[in-house]
Write a protein that binds this ligand. Structure first.
Ligand SMILES: Cc1ncc(COP(=O)(O)O)c(C=O)c1O
Length: 395
């Protein structure tokens, strides 16, 4: 029996009780730590923060974040995963890991907007150039690859305008040129698209995922991941992660761990509802076009069909360009179940009208007003009834 510790403050900090080991339960434990306690100096000196065989500092991992990383690597069909506090932070971490002054990065014209903004501002300030390519024109893309090109970002389908590119052809061309590829696989979510299984010579090097969307599924977490099969690339990502200090909170990791088991069924439910709602919208005279990669006539539908069977719950429509913008806004405001908001992948359906010209300049010139929908988990008939009612504003 050791001497009881007094006074109380010390006793409560250095309490002797150790709970029995071997606790078993369904949820993964939530381990929180800034500091990690080492058993002795030898362990403190020996542990390497880069490896998952021990713990060194809260930023570099806990049992909770290591478990999430391993499950995400499995989801994406990769081997290694690094987490970041948002999807955009995962994009930044990738750029910082792989690009240096004098390099050039290629981005699709329809890339997630803040990624293009990062290239236009921060990367430019650091002496890293970028070019925007048309993802639907493989020949023009090939012609852009040059001796400075270090990284190509891919996205399928493109943000907001939803064009589905020939990913295999783009990835192959980059590989043949010795250029690394990073796929923003947020839409594919590791379900519709397996980034590392695109076929001979076409596997991408990195798959980035905004876990904020479907893996969280609750519209309550911001997080991102970057998965790779290549240990050397993973090490570069870990160095960027460490140098930037982009850790994730234990409670957020817990929420994603809790949601992952239902990811596949939720994704399929979003997909089925979205196809029903999008197909119905296609029959409406006030809807000029429906931009859903799985629907006939959508831009790149043949590429979607050759890469995927599944699709997410996301699509856009074009409304007659002759309509005054106030009527488009009135249509969005008239919706009851569709809330106005950006971050898709949650249970609640969302709608956003976009001014593509303001965002993309001439590349954003479209034959109509674009409105994007994220289909949630409400009954699709209720969503269709809601749209039917709101469309009367346009008739
Ligand atoms: C395609 C895509 N990539 C990345 C992101 C960034 O994710 P986050 O909101 O977690 O920064 C988003 C967010 O909307 C997105 O749509």
């Amino acid at each position: 029996m050791t001497e009881p510790i007094t006074p109380l403050s010390t006793a409560l900090i250095h309490h002797e009780y150790q709970p029995p080991s071997g606790f078993g339960a369904v949820p993964v434990g939530v381990y929180k730590a800034s500091t990690v306690i080492f058993p002795n100096v030898a362990a403190l000196r020996a542990r390497d923060w880069r490896h998952k065989n021990g713990y060194t500092y809260g930023l570099h991992g806990t049992p909770t974040t290591f478990t999430l990383e391993e499950r995400l690597a499995t989801l994406e069909g990769g081997k290694h995963c690094a987490l970041a506090p948002s999807g955009l932070a995962a994009i930044a971490m990738t750029n910082v890991a792989l690009l240096r002054r004098g390099d050039e990065v290629l981005l699709p014209r329809n890339v997630y907007g803040p990624s293009r903004e990062m290239a236009r501002t921060l990367l430019a300030d650091w002496g890293i150039a970028h070019q925007l390519y048309d993802p639907m024109d493989v020949a023009a893309f090939k012609a852009m690859l040059n001796e400075r090109t270090r990284l190509v970002w891919l996205e399928a389908p493109g943000s907001i305008t939803m064009e589905f590119p020939d990913l295999r052809a783009l990835a192959r061309a980059a590989r043949q040129h010795g250029v690394l590829t990073a796929l923003d696989n947020t839409w594919g979510a590791g379900i519709a698209l397996k980034a590392f299984d695109l076929g001979e010579g076409a596997a991408v090097d990195l798959s980035m995922h905004a876990l904020t969307k479907y893996p969280s599924g609750g519209a309550d977490v911001l997080m991102g991941s970057v998965v790779t099969r290549d240990p050397a690339l993973h090490e570069k990502l870990l160095l960027a992660h460490m140098r930037l200090g982009v850790g994730v909170a234990a409670n957020d990791a817990e929420l994603v761990l809790r949601s992952l088991p239902t990811l596949e069924v939720r994704y399929r439910a979003h997909d089925a509802s979205a196809r029903r709602v999008a197909s119905w919208l296609k029959t409406q005279s006030s809807v000029h076009a429906v931009l859903h990669p799985a629907l006939p006539d959508a831009p790149g539908q043949e590429h979607w069909a050759s890469h995927c069977r599944d699709a997410a719950g996301l699509f856009s429509i074009l409304l007659d360009s002759a309509l005054p913008i106030e009527r488009v806004d009135a249509f969005c405001n008239a919706l009851r179940f569709f809330k106005l908001g950006y971050s898709w992948g949650g249970p609640v359906s969302l709608v956003v009208p976009y001014d593509l010209r303001a965002m993309r300049g001439d590349a954003g010139r479209l034959p109509g007003h674009l409105v994007r929908f994220s289909i949630g988990l409400e009954a699709p008939d209720d969503l269709i009834a809601d749209l039917d009612r709101a469309l009367r504003v346009l008739r």
